[in-house]
Design a protein around this ligand. Structure first.
Ligand SMILES: NC(=O)C1=CN([C@@H]2O[C@H](COP(=O)(O)OP(=O)(O)OC[C@H]3O[C@@H](n4cnc5c(N)ncnc54)[C@H](O)[C@@H]3O)[C@@H](O)[C@H]2O)C=CC1
Ligand SMILES: O=C(O)C1=N[C@H](C(=O)O)C[C@H](O)C1
Length: 263
């Protein structure tokens, strides 16, 4: 059995991941963490009455009380780095969906994981279709360097652009012929109209109630266009990737960035 803790279990994704861990035959939920929790044990929550899983408000208390192999993190960008660092320091393999990491933070966490000989995964998107979207976009941009990313999410999301959009841009940048896009003399008559600029590629973030998670990567060429789009209609779309991550990280000796590294 793989012993798992879930950080952020009171949230949209944390609650979904907690349910997945409970139902998975190879996983054992040994603790949950959330500063907004009022409970002392999951059994106090009607959906989990038959369980005996301790609830923690502080990570330091959690690691003194339970032994875990993997740490699922769906928290907030503000604490993602410190939580991941803390898990690695305690040789608990992080499986991190929380977004908002800088490139420098990812590099620092990979370095720590190697020193700790502890596996881990940071995946801006756990949906298999989203990973394919990013890989297809990386292929397409070699032929169509003019590209704009439009990511669309629910209006409770804290960060913009999305981690998926940033990862997509990072992957395309590695193979894209460097160029600026649009008219060099263009002027924004309303600030922000052209979106975020990532190495000449533009990223636009839509936030609306009713949405879950959606992204389209739109390419333009001579007399033609190409659009690659992924839609998550339910947070269940992320769970097979989270489960795969938990099964794989316990076999790794360093942290990897992107679910594509485990497919
Ligand atoms: N990689 C992926 O496939 C996906 C990633 N995400 C990312 O996951 C993160 C969470 O998204 P949601 O669940 O929608 O947010 P949410 O706001 O519903 O949940 C976040 C939870 O984290 C808790 N929290 C805050 N600080 C904490 C701490 N120090 N330790 C433990 N828990 C803490 C909050 O109390 C809250 O319950 C976001 O960064 C989002 O971008 C979301 C969906 C898929
Ligand atoms: O906040 C979300 O919901 C999501 N966040 C991730 C991101 O920032 O890319 C993944 C997915 O898009 C859902």
């Amino acid at each position: 059995m793989i012993k798992i803790v879930v950080a952020g279990f009171k949230g949209r994704m944390g609650a979904t991941a907690t349910k997945m861990v409970i139902e998975h035959e190879r996983f054992e939920l040994v603790g949950v963490l959330d500063p907004h929790a009022q409970e002392k044990n999951l059994s106090e929550i009607s959906d989990y009455q038959e369980l005996n899983v301790p609830v923690f408000k502080e990570k330091e208390t959690l690691v003194k009380s339970v032994v875990a192999d993997a740490w699922i993190d769906f928290t907030i960008p503000k604490v993602a780095y410190e939580n991941t660092y803390f898990a690695l320091e305690n040789k608990i393999a992080p499986v991190v969906g929380t977004t908002g990491f800088t490139e420098e933070q990812v590099a620092s966490l990979i370095k720590l994981s190697k020193a700790q000989k502890t596996g881990g995964l940071i995946a801006p998107n756990f949906a298999i279709g989203a990973v394919l979207m990013m890989e297809f976009a990386t292929k397409a941009v070699q032929y169509f360097p003019d590209v704009e990313i439009i990511e669309l999410h629910h209006d409770n999301k804290l960060d913009a652009p999305s981690g998926t959009a940033v990862k997509t841009a990072e992957m395309m940048e590695e193979v894209r012929a460097k160029k600026a896009q649009g008219n060099p003399d263009e002027k924004e008559t309303i600030k922000g109209a052209r979106g975020a600029d990532y190495e000449g590629m533009r990223i636009h973030s839509v936030r609306l109630p009713g949405l879950i998670a959606h992204q389209q990567v739109q390419f333009g060429g001579t007399g033609e266009g190409l659009t690659i789009r992924h839609d998550s209609y339910d947070r269940a779309s992320f769970m097979s990737g989270v489960a795969l991550g938990c099964e794989k990280v316990v076999e790794l000796k360093e942290l990897v960035y992107g679910l594509e590294n485990l497919l």
